[in-house]
Every structure is written in C-alpha cells, then in structure tokens.
Design a protein around this ligand. Structure first.
Ligand code: DUC
Ligand code: ZN
Ligand code: ZN
Ligand code: ZN
Length: 484
C-alpha cells in the first residue's frame, strides 16, 4: 500500500496500551498501524517520541458572547490555532442561544464563525430558551445535523432554566440520543451570598470565590443528577470544582445514572488565593465555578486518577484583562461586574501531561483517555479519538523530555495573559495533525485559515451505563401506565 505519510519509530499510546510501531496515513485517514511500514511520500521520525490521538477539546468558548454581552477575545481562527499549539486536533466549542433566538439562527451564526477554523470543529448548543418549537422542532433538527449535545445552566438569571425546563430538555435529548451538559451551581444561593457581601461593602475579586459556595455546586450537581435519573437521561456535569461534587458523581455512576463529568486544569493548578493578588490582578482568576482551596486540588487529582472524570477540559473562556473583556464595565467595579472565565486551551494538555503523567499521578494511557478518547465516545465523534485503521489521522507527536516555562507568547491565542504563566512543564506536542495535514510542526503554524471542517456527531455512547428506572416510571408499579 502506498502512503501519503508514515510516522515511524514512535511509541504509539492509546487508551488501552502502548507499543512501538509505525502509522501509515492515506487521504487523511489512518490506513495502517504495524510494527514496520515502508514507503510514504513523507516520513516523520518519531524516535523517542510518544504518538497519541490528537487532543479533542470538548469545552471552549470561542467567538461567543456571554449572557452579559461580552465577546470572547478568541474567534475560530485564533482559538483553533491556540488549541493546535496545545496538542489538539479538533475541538467542540459552544454555540449559544440568546433568549428569543431560534436554534436555526444560532447554528447559522456559528457556521459563519466556524468557517475560519484551522482544526475540525463541532458545537455543543447552549439552550437558554426552551420553547415548544425549540424542544420539538429545532433541537431535533440540530440533532439530525450532527449536533448531539445540549448545554443548560442552573445559574445566571439570563440562562437558568429552572428544574422544569431542565426536565424538558433532558427528556427531548434522551429521546433523540443527545446528551445534556449542565453548569451546576444553585442560582439563589449565589444571589443570596452576593447580596450579603454587597451589604457589607465587600467587592474585591477575592469575594467572587466566597459568593459561589462549594455547597452551591454540590447541591446543584445532586439536583441535576436526580432530574436526569427521573427520565433516565444521559447527563454530563461540566467543570466540577469541588471534592463533594466529584464524590456525588462517583456515587451516582455506581447507582446507574447515565452520568459523565469533567474537571479543568485551573481547579487542579490554582487556588482562591490567586484571586487575592495585588490591585485588580485577581480579576484574571475570576471564573465560575470559582477556584477553591489546596485540599480541593488534592481531592480532584485523586478523582482524575481513579476515573471519576471522563475528561479534563480547558473551559477556555478568553476575556482580556482590558476594557474589551474583564473590565468592559470599568476597572474599579465590584466582582459581579467582571467578566467570568480564563483562557487555557493551549495549556490544558501540557499541564495534564506534566503534572499528571510526568509526576506519576496518571498513566500515559489515562492521559489519552482524558484528553481525547473519552470525549470522542461521549460526544459521538465516531472518526476521532483513536489510533486505528479507518480513523481520521488526528495525531499529536509529543516529546516527553523537553521542559518549558509557560509564557503568554507561546499560547498563540488572542489573550493578554495566561493564568499558568511561569509554570515549568515537561512534555511538548511537537507535531499536531488533523486529517493527515500537519497543523503545527516544532513551534511553527503550517495550516491555512479555514482548512478545518465541521464534523457531524453521532449519539452518545451509553455502553456500560446501566441506566435507572424511577419506580413511578415503572409500569409494573404504576397501574400499567407507560408514562415515559
Ligand atoms: N461557565 C463556563 O462554562 N465557562 C465560563 C463561565 C461559566 O459560567
Ligand atoms: Zn421530540
Ligand atoms: Zn459553565
Ligand atoms: Zn465554560
């Protein structure tokens, strides 16, 4: 067989094992994986390197207005470039519905934005206005187009759906094979804390962490899971930031919930003390849910290692520390008026590799699962996330020996800071490929604007998830009525 490219002599790592061998690529796909492959118009020597499925970034805000109307600093061009420098071959940002907007209009808007991407992309739909037309007409149409995940919020007045609205979405999503993602924080607990802090005149960035208690996340995670169990719907808890939340996820997986979850590097690497940096520096560390304590970092690392989370995602939410982003409402404002979120799409995998694999907290195989393979399964990316014949040639070649200090210029995004500045990280993605095309090679961008393609996704993979039947939905116990 003739190959366009052969990657040879590397250590190929998958989610289930590693072996030394060669990969033959033909027309953008992996055509062969074998101990030795000859030929190839291009031969890439991966000696001493790890050859992994390219990362799939499943949580990023790109060319997205927040509900308060602040536009992210990264669009699909800069966001995808930054993702590629960080070892990703594809990404799934959010396409957000504003209240009153049709889902068809949302998708058309993001299709125009996505056209600039250098990486393959899809979207998770954020649903803020689940009208009858949205539920029974527009969401099924989005699903048919391969958009198979819907995100909802339990917090923020402009986004929060209430429990009934969530049940409506969960049931429609389950019916069509889609997965519902949820931002779980109790809205009233946060608003009540905000009022209490405001009454005392406490407005500095550090109070952001106090205003969003760990209990608000734990309560909402638990409630979201019980809502999902009532209709036996798959549910994905995004950005888990508390030990208590992770414990609930673990327990409810055991109880049969069709449950998935992620945490993010910022909750492993940073603490609420970062919000207390001098001047308004702390504003750079405002994200929701907020940074917690060092004890939380230890607990979350244990959950990463023992498999509570399918993925570690960046939650890249790039708002510059200037009057286009964090300080759109002015510099001397109280914390609730400061844009919420931090960048990290380029730092996610180098951080996870260095602090996870190099420090011995997780295996290289777990790194592959957490960075790529599990996201592909959960979100129906059927041609991505694995190194096997027939799959897209989405590949990252890592040098596990090189140590670098994180600096803003190496993030290649459109930001003016990185919260990971100054960290020493070992392990660098030297070559990143998307469908066989080299996107990044040894620090140089090789891609053209717009060469990424939208990819349609399949239903969530629920194999191995027992499911849950609420007795009230069991025909044997409710007079033979089929309610669900
Ligand atoms: N939720 C996110 O997922 N990202 C940024 C801010 C937020 O509330
Ligand atoms: Zn329907
Ligand atoms: Zn969120
Ligand atoms: Zn997010």
């Amino acid at each position: 067989m003739e190959f366009d490219t052969v990657i040879h002599s590397g250590t190929i790592v998958t989610a289930d094992g590693q072996f030394s061998g060669d990969i033959g690529i033909s027309q953008g796909r992996i055509a062969a994986v074998a101990e030795k492959l000859s030929g190839g118009e291009t031969r890439i020597d991966a000696g001493g390197r790890l050859v992994l499925p390219g990362g799939i970034e499943a949580h990023a805000h790109i060319a997205q207005e927040s509900s308060a109307g602040v536009m992210t600093a990264d669009d699909y061009l800069s966001g995808s470039i930054s993702a590629a420098f960080g070892g990703n071959s594809s990404f799934i940002p959010f396409a957000a519905q504003q209240r009153g907007q049709s889902i068809d209009d949302v998708i058309a808007t993001y299709d125009a934005r996505g056209a600039r991407s250098v990486l393959d992309y899809s979207y998770h739909l954020i649903v803020s206005d689940p009208t009858e037309e949205v539920l029974h007409d527009q969401l099924p149409r989005a699903f048919a187009r391969g958009i198979t995940s819907f995100k909802v919020f339990m917090t923020y007045d402009l986004m929060n759906l209430g429990d009934g609205g969530m049940l409506d979405i969960l049931e429609v999503a389950r019916h069509h094979g889609a997965i519902t993602m949820v931002h779980a924080e109790n809205n009233d607990m946060v608003k009540w804390m905000n009022r209490r802090l405001a009454d005392k005149g406490l407005s500095a960035p550090k109070y952001h962490a106090i205003s969003r208690p760990q209990l608000a996340e734990e309560e909402a995670i638990n409630r979201a899971i019980q809502l999902a169990k009532l209709v036996d719907a798959p549910l994905f808890i995004v950005h888990v930031s508390t030990a208590g939340g992770a414990e609930i996820v673990r327990r409810e997986k055991f109880n049969g919930a069709k449950l998935f979850a992620e945490t993010c590097p910022q909750y492993l690497a940073l603490t609420r003390d970062d919000l207390d940096r001098a001047g308004m520096e702390g504003a750079k560390y405002i994200c929701s849910p907020p940074l917690r304590g060092a004890d939380t970092q230890d607990a979350l690392w244990k959950h990463v290692a023992m498999g509570t989370f399918e993925s570690v995602s960046s939650d890249h939410a790039p708002y510059r520390a200037d009057d286009t982003g964090k300080f759109l409402n002015g510099r001397d404002v109280a914390y609730p008026a400061i844009a919420n979120g931090m960048p990290g799409i380029a730092a996610r995998l180098p951080y996870l590799f260095s602090e996870g694999v190099v420090k011995g907290r997780i295996t290289p195989e777990q790194f592959v699962a957490l960075s790529s393979t599990n996201a592909a399964k959960t979100f129906g990316c059927s041609t991505k996330g694995r190194i096997a014949p027939g799959m897209d040639a989405d590949i990252a070649i890592w040098n596990p020996q090189v140590t670098r200090t994180v600096v803003q210029a190496d993030q290649h995004d459109n930001m003016d800071y990185t919260p990971f500045e100054g960290m020493e990280l070992t392990g660098v993605p030297e070559v990143v490929m998307n469908r066989g095309a080299t996107i990044v090679s040894h620090g140089t961008l090789m891609a053209q604007e717009g060469q990424g393609r939208f990819f349609a996704r399949a239903a969530v993979d629920l194999r191995g998830k027992a499911g849950f039947t609420a007795p009230e939905f069991d025909p044997a116990q409710n007079f033979g009525t089929q309610l669900r």
